[in-house]
Ligand binder design. Structure first.
Ligand code: HEC
Length: 157
């Protein structure tokens, strides 16, 4: 009996420790637009980050030119080229920009990729009614870390 209880308590502890590692979108702490800690509690994977640059909710190259990804079509010019971005910004600054660029660059058109509240109007496009249910960030905590890890590889020689 006692043994079984101990195991359940341990399992519960393990689960809460795993959850606590992820910084939720509403809990990100910005310091002059920069975010010092990993949002997922894990290192990012640059290869996975490179994929996000070019598809789905990320689609960074719709607005940014990246020479290292020049095999991909349609690089936009809305934002600055990201070549050498790791020389211009620290990892914490890059994480802050990717999570919520509007803190570093007030009024920017760059989307806030890790944000779930404080939108001016979040409605259902068809009914015009208020959005229902949980709002998911455009990118997950781990996807943000993957993109940050990829951007950290973009240094000018
Ligand atoms: C709708 C266009 C748009 C999209 C999509 C977009 N950005 Fe941006 N981004 C901008 C603009 C514009 C700026 C310049 C900031 C400003 O508005 O002053 C910028 C700035 C940046 C900067 C700072 C660059 C520098 O050298 O100063 C980084 C880093 C960045 N974006 C990364 C990303 C990443 C990573 C993604 C995809 C996850 C992304 N952006 C998606 C428009 C965009």
């Amino acid at each position: 009996m006692r043994y079984a209880f101990g195991l359940a308590a341990l399992a519960a502890l393990g689960a809460s420790a795993a959850l606590a590692e992820i910084v939720q979108p509403t809990e990100v702490s910005f310091d002059d637009g920069a975010v010092a800690v990993s949002l997922s509690g894990q290192p990012g994977d640059p290869a996975a980050g490179a994929e996000i640059m070019n598809k789905g909710a990320g689609n960074c190259i719709a607005c940014h030119q990246v020479s290292a990804l020049e095999h991909l079509p349609f690089h936009g010019e809305v934002g600055p080229p990201l070549d050498g971005v790791a020389d211009r910004w620290s990892e914490a600054e890059i994480r802050g920009i990717v999570a919520n660029a509007k803190i570093m660059f007030e009024g920017t058109v760059m989307p806030s990729f890790y944000k779930t509240e404080g939108f001016i109007r979040l409605g259902d496009a068809y009914t015009g009614d208020a959005h229902e249910g949980e709002v998911e960030p455009l990118l997950s905590a781990q996807q943000i870390e993957d993109v940050v890890a990829y951007l950290m590889t973009l240094k000018e020689e």
